[in-house]
Design a protein around this ligand. Structure first.
Ligand code: ADP
Ligand code: ZN
Ligand code: ZN
Length: 662
């Protein structure tokens, strides 16, 4: 009897055996439907075998082959196994992750409409640095050849990707371009359509409709799409003629999936390029330290674009201005206020960046010190004044703003700190005639809202923009000449060792919004710590100096990229249950380390940064090793033990190469 070993979308890390009815054409990679208990699920055939450990009479048959999809090619099957083993994620979920969502009812799908490019508008001829970078990226076009393209904002990295893509497409091969979630804008799509005239482009991201995603997936799988552009999930697109992978803004945290299957799309992209023997280029103005270190050690070809491409545009001047001074009003110091007034007078635009939405991050009783707390999380409630609500940013909890202090009855409740709404109001009061636009997750909830706003900004209908990191990237507004940054110091207080690395990346990107065209740009960062190395390097736009000092620090402290980490996170209804589970995990881990003489350290359990979320207590255990191999010897048996011993009420997950500790 022919038996099929199938990967099913379940949380246990094993494959399931079914027998194969005669007449079904199934091979490795085939997508099929099978029964699992009372459910009918979609699975992927991994292996065809003759024998099963399960008695033949207890095996159930495959129901059918899902003919609306194409079989997964061999490299995606191998990639699933890699993701499962490297990231310690259940094999079936890794396979499931590769499939597009299927429609409830089968429909005849339309072919994607390959839109013709608008007006043929060849891009600018590449400058010498760009030509050198292009040659570097494609130096070995049929081998695994990773490179880092480190170029300041506006240096023309995107033009290099397009030129490389053009060549690869001309050879009849496919290109995969991964971008951060927030960068996949209509602006980018238009740019692609213009730069790669007539190229067949498929888009893949999670907000597409089910039928669109399926159409584009199939276009990629058939080899029809010449360029696939997408967010992290696109790293799993089937590409029979893959010739090049580009990861733009490779340092961006949105490439890391933080729930479900935990993987890093940049690292998976590198592995995939190796599997397929194709070049891969990672681009950034501020590469992740992991990437930076790999380039420095010569593992990646290191390509640089040190200047802005547009001859008229220079890097914006960065000034550090006092955060708190007697003349500060609503968080805005006089230097920044004056600079804004000047821009308004000149008809230029200002962007005020603050990475907090809402009116104020907390509400405080001036008499007794009471603070509005979420009843379900160990976190403050954020004041959303226009809605008259206190909202938790970690769960769905919301409540009306109380009229008086619930503890002492005092009516003087004070909003503390600043969010986008508060700045928006302050600016409208300071400049009643100015047009102020707030752009954050709250103001862009409705579909199409962000697009409308972008059009208004580009048309010069806005004087001051107040926004969160939604505005940090990818947008090009020629009349934007001033960027003000508030609240940046928060990162300096963070317990996360990556906080300053991230701050630099974010600030450099926000700064990159200013002065992209003929008008020179200026950036003002309000800070209490003007001597901090992160700001000193920012003033000089000197990422290399900053990266090198961070690297020495990490080496000294034994942190990534000099060590490798895995994080066990657990949550449950009681602190005792979570602590008991994590305590046991540490004990088992340490005896495993001792028994096998592994170079791993298992740290004691700690509460998560948000120690309680949505009513669940949360804790973590960190495992660290200076040797990747030792960590990967340690994890599988440890995980098996955790699976065996974990109590029902505690939910846990493993995160290999964690990016955050929230
Ligand atoms: P990056 O991706 O590095 O931020 P872009 O590729 O978006 O940079 O280029 C920034 C700006 O410079 C764009 O307006 C682009 O059209 C322009 N540009 C890029 N390369 C050149 C070049 N060789 N000559 C003139 N302008 C260029
Ligand atoms: Zn009170
Ligand atoms: Zn909450």
């Amino acid at each position: 009897m022919a038996i099929v070993r199938v990967a099913l979308p379940v949380a246990v890390d094993r494959l399931f055996d079914y027998w194969l009815p005669a007449g079904l054409d199934v091979r490795s990679g085939s997508v099929l439907r099978a029964r699992l208990g009372r459910r009918r699920v979609l699975g992927v055939a991994v292996d065809l075998v003759q024998d099963s450990e399960i008695a033949p009479e207890r095996l159930t048959p495959i129901d059918e082959v899902a003919t609306e999809l194409l079989p997964l090619p061999a490299d995606l099957c191998a990639l699933s196994r890699f993701v499962s083993e490297y990231y310690q994620q259940p094999i079936g979920q890794c396979f499931a992750q590769m499939l597009p969502p299927l429609m409830k009812r089968r429909r005849i799908l339309a072919e994607p409409e390959w839109r013709d490019a608008p007006a043929p508008a060849p891009g600018p001829p590449l400058n010498a640095d760009q030509r050198a970078a292009l040659a570097g990226v494609l130096a070995e076009s049929t081998r695994f050849a990773p490179s880092l393209l480190q170029g300041v904002t506006g240096s023309g990295k995107t033009e290099v990707y397009f030129s490389a893509a053009e060549r690869v497409i001309a050879e009849g091969r496919q290109v995969l371009l991964l971008v951060p979630e927030i960068n996949l804008t209509p602006q980018l799509q238009l740019r692609i359509a213009t730069a790669l005239q007539g190229a067949r482009v498929a888009i893949l991201h999670s907000a597409l409709s089910t039928s669109e995603r399926l159409e584009h997936w199939l276009a990629a799988a058939r080899g029809d799409a010449q360029l696939v552009v997408g967010t992290r999930l696109a790293v799993f697109a089937p590409l029979p003629r893959l010739g090049l992978i580009v990861v733009d803004e490779e340092h961006d945290a949105s490439f890391k999936q933080q729930d479900g299957v935990r993987y890093h799309a940049r690292d998976v992209a590198i592995y995939r390029a190796r599997l397929r023997a194709v070049p891969v280029v990672l681009g950034s103005a501020t590469p992740a330290l992991e990437t930076y270190a790999a380039a420095r050690r010569g593992r990646y070809r290191w390509l640089k674009l040190p200047h802005r491409a547009n001859a008229q545009a220079s890097m914006p001047a960065v000034r550090l201005v006092p955060n708190r001074s007697p003349d500060t009003r609503e968080g805005l110091g006089s230097t920044l206020r004056d600079a804004i007034a000047e821009r308004i007078a000149r008809g230029e635009q200002t962007l005020l960046f603050i990475n907090r939405r809402g009116f104020a991050p907390s509400l405080l009783c001036a008499a007794c010190g009471w603070k509005a707390q979420c009843p379900r999380c160990a976190a403050r409630l954020v004041l959303h004044r226009s809605a008259g609500a206190l909202r938790c940013h970690h769960c769905a909890h919301a409540e009306r703003v109380p009229e008086s202090c619930p503890d002492c009855g005092n009516q003087d409740l004070v909003p503390q700190g600043f969010g986008t709404q508060r700045l928006e109001r302050a600016l409208s009061e300071l400049h009643p005639a100015a047009r102020v636009l707030r752009i954050d997750r709250d103001s862009t909830q409705h579909k199409g809202a962000f697009a409308t706003m972008r059009t208004a900004i580009a048309a010069g209908e806005v004087d001051i923009l107040v926004g969160t990191q939604m505005l940090a990237k990818g947008h090009d507004f020629p009349r934007l000449t001033l960027v003000g940054v508030l609240g940046a110091d928060n990162a300096l207080y963070s317990a996360d060792f990556r906080a300053t690395e991230r701050l630099f990346g974010l600030l450099e990107q926000v700064a990159g919004r200013a002065g992209r065209a003929a008008l020179p740009g200026e950036v003002m960062v309000q800070t209490d710590f003007p001597d901090h190395p992160v700001y000193a390097a920012l003033v000089d736009h000197d990422y290399d100096r900053f990266a090198q000092s961070l690297l020495s620090e990490r080496e000294l402290l034994g942190l990534p990229p000099y060590a490798h980490l895995a994080l066990l996170s657990a949550e449950g209804p009681s602190r005792a249950a979570v602590d008991a589970f994590l305590g046991h995990a540490v004990e088992e881990g340490r005896s495993l380390v001792a028994a096998r003489a592994l170079r791993c350290e298992v740290y004691p359990p700690v509460a998560a940064t948000i120690a309680r979320r949505a009513g669940l207590e949360r804790g973590q255990v960190l495992v660290q090793s200076t040797a990747r191999a030792a960590l990967h010897d340690f994890l599988p048996p440890w995980r098996a033990e955790l699976e065996r011993s974990s109590p029902r009420r505690v939910r846990w997950s493993l995160d290999v190469d964690p990016l955050g500790f929230a």
